[in-house]
Design a protein around this ligand. Structure first.
Ligand SMILES: [Fe+2]
Ligand SMILES: [Fe+2]
Length: 312
């Protein structure tokens, strides 16, 4: 005869086994997808082709100043120049995120079975991110704009975060870094007004990123059920704070100075731009809906999301 406690323990064990099995199945599917759709950007893209005259480095509607009074005063040449610098700024941000993510993934698998599909997939994803970061760096160089590092403060905040963050916190931040940029890239690669090299880079990234998003979502969903209460609370808070920092760091304001604009005026106009707010909120919508669904968007965390301007 089993006692109530044993029953609870057994069902807990069954749940854990179910989750574990599910985790392996997801990883196996992602490994199959990786085997079918992985790219070597060094070979796949024509890096020697000249930069094309009259083509954008980033779709104009996705440039921060688009549709502002300042944008209307800018020449077409200056607008395209700003797009080129913003593409470099976003690629720099992308590399920063990917380097953080690689460390989070390495930490995530440190205590897990090395022969599991879950770990094998994590290693595959780290390899994807290695190729992406090199690809983004080449794209920045190709465009001729400088790299745009985040501020010293954010750089060091992330140093702490990537060293101490909990598993659910890590995956929530991963999604924040991946989903909004991914939404923009989905609009970029099919756009014929855009430079061929940028279209190629964003196409590769979108294809490979889809499985990263899947992996992070599945893991975060699991963690928000299984993690202890304090960890779930901390995730809500740290994710909200990360959203706030992310929205500020998204485009480095040095880009405005570098194309000959008044930095303070440009930042103020971006802040006041209804178009920009809509772009950022639409870009974040898929993510914020998901986070809401799994219980990350509550309390102070939700208020931080609101203050980031990414949540309507
Ligand atoms: Fe990536
Ligand atoms: Fe990724």
């Amino acid at each position: 005869m089993t006692t109530v406690t044993e029953d609870t323990e057994l069902s807990g064990l069954r749940d854990a086994l179910g989750l574990l099995k599910d985790r392996e199945q997801v990883a196996l599917r992602l490994l199959e997808s990786s085997a079918r759709h992985s790219f070597d950007p060094d070979k796949e893209l024509d890096w020697d082709a000249p930069v094309e005259d009259g083509k954008w480095f980033w779709p104009p509607e996705l440039v921060s100043l688009y549709d502002t009074p300042l944008w209307k005063r800018m020449s077409e040449e200056q607008r395209m120049d700003l797009a080129r610098h913003e593409a470099a700024s976003l690629a720099s941000l992308g590399i920063w995120f990917e380097i953080i993510l690689m460390q989070l993934l390495v930490r995530h698998i440190y205590d897990k079975s090395v022969t599991s599909a879950h770990v094998r997939y994590a290693l595959t994803e780290i390899a994807d991110e290695c190729r992406h970061s090199m690809m983004f760096a080449r794209m920045i160089q190709k465009g001729g704009a400088p790299t745009y590092p985040v501020t010293k403060l954010n750089h060091n905040l992330a140093r702490v975060l990537k060293t101490v963050s909990t598993t659910p916190g890590s995956f929530a931040c991963t999604l924040l870094g991946e989903e909004i940029l991914d939404w923009m890239q989905r609009l970029t690669f099919p756009d014929e007004r855009v430079q061929t090299i940028v279209r190629g880079v964003t196409r590769i990234h979108v294809v490979e990123e889809a499985r990263h998003v899947r992996y992070a979502r599945e893991e975060l969903r699991r963690q928000m059920v299984t993690a202890p209460r304090w960890e779930r609370e901390l995730t809500r808070l740290s994710c909200g704070e990360a959203a706030r920092v992310f929205s500020i760091a998204f485009v480095n304001p040095q880009v405005y100075t570098d194309v000959g604009l008044d930095r303070r005026e440009a930042v103020a106009q971006v802040k006041a731009s209804g178009h920009r707010r809509e772009v950022m909120q639409t870009g974040a919508k898929r993510l914020t809906d998901f986070l809401d669904d799994i219980g990350v968007m509550r309390g102070v965390g939700r208020r931080l999301w609101k203050s980031s301007g990414l949540l309507a």
